[in-house]
Ligand binder design. Structure first.
Ligand code: FEO
Length: 391
């Protein structure tokens, strides 16, 4: 356990080896953070994913007898945080479980109708003695039940999923880890989990307006002790959809033709001085590509036609991106086909559904692109770069 403020302890668990978090590739693992607050009354905020129950309990028992815990606050129903609740309550039999109204319903659905749970409608805040726990519902950050716990006397925000990172480390604080890795993981987490919920995050920011915050203790990754403003400002930018002058080209290829077009686009874009990142989907996971899409202004998608439709890896990526609905992007499609074609039309339809502003392209080539075709692709790359720069 780690004391994060006087009498407030991190008692969570480190999941070093998780590499797939509901479809999102977590290269650096994650943590499930739970926080124990020692006061006249004792409260535990969130639990951990079920297989990590013992790890959490060992930490708690170093500090307090679980029977002396008065409250268990469930900020979020998703089982990576609620998975140990029933086991915990069997040991901490005096603890009152508190959750949002939607949380109460969700927890009963997961763990049984007989689970006792108080709604924050009835207890919007509780006093622990020298500290107060204030509960603020933030629906859809990440599920309808999500809420944050704020401790005004400590200026401490415990926002569950918001401001997290899937980052397993032996360190617990933002100033103890590599800053580039930290922000990369915070960005990747936002892109893969929070991005489609930007309106809810924006509403949550309004609900939390005016709160003094000097520490943010999320439910995944490290605690923002030294630079809480860095992550708050990053979220503001991401919520607004602020883009950088860069493009992402994502493609797959069957016999190399679509790849030739992708590389001609790279040439055109870079010749105008705009940065570009190229990803082939048979070697890159959708969740890694999306992390770069978040701050790029343009997304160019290339697919060969297979059986009159999209190449499967490209179809998978477009389905993934469509769900995450990146904000303020322009996009275009390119590819190759043998006879009937069909991938370009299908990819354009998917981009439109994803809310991406389509730039009309004429880059779907029969069998092998000629030198002239590749010049056309390069010129189109320049056109995209100019659009990016002009904004
Ligand atoms: Fe970390 Fe939405 O659970």
């Amino acid at each position: 356990m780690i004391e994060i403020k006087d009498g407030i302890y991190w008692v969570g668990a480190v999941d070093w080896n998780i590499r797939n978090f509901h479809g999102y590739i977590t290269h650096r693992g994650t943590t499930y953070n739970a926080y124990l607050i020692m006061d006249e009354k004792v409260a535990l905020i969130d639990t951990v994913k079920a297989p990590f129950y013992s790890e959490m309990m060992q930490r708690i028992e170093e500090i307090v007898n679980p029977e002396d815990i008065d409250y268990l606050i469930s900020n979020h129903t998703e089982p990576d945080h609620s998975g140990s609740i029933t086991k915990f309550l069997k040991v901490a039999e005096n603890a009152e479980l508190i959750a949002s109204e939607m949380g109460k319903r969700g927890l009963k659905s997961y763990y049984g109708e007989d689970l006792g749970c108080t709604s924050i409608k009835d207890k919007p805040s509780i006093s622990l003695g020298s500290r107060t726990l204030q509960f603020v519902a933030v629906p859809m950050v990440h599920w309808p039940d999500s809420m944050v716990t704020y401790i005004p006397e400590e200026k401490l925000l415990i926002p569950n999923d918001a401001f997290g990172q899937h980052l397993a480390t032996s360190e617990r604080f933002d100033d103890e880890v590599d800053q580039a890795i930290l922000m990369h993981e915070a960005k990747t987490y936002y892109a893969n989990i929070v991005m489609p919920l930007w309106m809810s995050v924006s509403r949550a920011f309004k609900s939390l307006e005016g709160l003094e915050i000097d520490m943010i203790a999320p439910s995944h990754g490290v605690i923002w002790r030294s630079r809480p403003n860095m992550i708050l400002e990053a979220y503001q930018r991401w919520v607004e959809g602020v883009s950088k002058s860069r493009a992402v080209i994502v493609y797959d290829t069957m016999w190399g033709s679509t790849e030739m077009v992708a590389k001609a686009l790279v040439k055109g874009i870079t010749r105008e001085g705009v940065k570009v990142q190229l990803y082939r989907l048979n070697v890159t996971h959708n969740s890694d590509v999306i992390a770069d899409v978040l701050e790029a202004r343009a997304v160019l998608v290339g697919s060969p036609t297979l059986n009159n439709g999209l190449f499967p890896t490209v179809a998978s990526f477009l389905t993934y991106m469509k769900g995450l609905r990146p904000k303020n992007k322009i996009g275009a499609v390119f590819g190759s086909y043998g006879w009937g074609g069909g991938a370009k039309r299908a990819a354009e339809a998917e981009l439109k559904i994803a809310g991406i502003e389509l730039v009309e392209s004429n880059l779907d080539f029969n069998y092998r692109p000629t030198e002239e075709d590749l010049k056309r692709a390069e010129d189109f790359g320049r056109e995209i770069a100019k659009k990016i720069i002009s904004e």
